[in-house]
Design a protein around this ligand. Sequence first.
Ligand SMILES: Nc1ncnc2c1ncn2[C@@H]1O[C@H](COP(=O)(O)OP(=O)(O)OP(=O)(O)O)[C@@H](O)[C@H]1O
Length: 345
Amino acid sequence: MTASHSMPAERLLDVEDVHVHFPMREGLVKAVNGVSYHVDKGEVLGIVGESGSGKSITARAIMRLLPRNAREAGGCIRFRPRTGEEFELSALERNSRAVRQVRGRHIGMIFQEPMTALSPVHSIGDQICRTIQLHMGFDRQAARKRAAELLARVRMPRPQQMLDNYPHQLSGGMRQRAMIALAISCDPSLLIADEPTTALDVTTEAQILELLKELQAETGMAIVFITHNFGVVADIADRVAVMYLGRVVETATVDDVFYAPKHPYTKALLNSIPRLGVEQGRRLPTIPGMVPDPFSVPAGCSFNPRCAHAVPGVCDVTAPEQHRFANGQAARCHFAEQLAEAVHA
Ligand SMILES: Nc1ncnc2c1ncn2[C@@H]1O[C@H](COP(=O)(O)OP(=O)(O)OP(=O)(O)O)[C@@H](O)[C@H]1O
């Protein structure tokens, strides 16, 4: 499907004012409440935020993999892969043939749990070959050759034999590599990575991150990398979108977000990262309060009850607009400018 509006030449993905709701017995959960972000070709965008901020549901809206009970309540998602076609993803029926042509071919996906992407009843080789044959028109023999090359590329030992292994025969780290090989098998323009390293031990996590960085540099694919972990963002991303309660509250380059965060929530998240060299036994700062119940989101700025800078009568009354800074950084805070000036004063 061709989108009606044009996108800038460098733009790969445009997520614009997307709303996704879950009608529940207890009330309406506005899991994604006006999210906008973009990804340029070859760029790595990190999405950070506490649990429940809507990171995964936004990604699932892009991939057209929303839960059955999700209601899309507005917004537009446009995608232009390297092949030059343009898709209005938000207009594509979930699980339609059109969606399956985009997913797998132009968008690869990796998850925390590899068995979300891998079938337990087919060998690794069969799964990769089928995807390659379906989307790239390779015959069986050429697909098998490419599949073995992909397994070698993600550094699986004995790739030729590995083709005939089933996922349950592999270790967690190896399954993760098989899932990555499957995700990149058709040379996608975009890889969506939803917490792919969260369940791994630190050593394996570092290896997988290194592999993803190498693959990104080699193929020029863009990555949307969803994580709780600012350390991972620093390692892999070019730019960051910080999410809180269904909204993007700050977007910035990785350097800007670490050296001059503009939203109080971003600052609080950064302050809660464990640092090397912190005296043993000294308590690390944590963000005060809990993420509010999704059925009773605070009025005004939804972060106001936890914010050290909240001004009564303003922050608890009016939802802030996005404030855009000259360097391209943007923060959804009434006092973003004043707070930034106070830091530099
Ligand atoms: N199928 C569903 N039915 C009802 N509510 C849902 C469903 N899936 C997600 N939600 C709600 O949507 C909100 C956003 O969830 P989402 O999974 O996108 O958050 P997240 O930021 O990715 O969190 P995490 O880091 O824990 O994965 C949460 O309040 C969650 O409870």
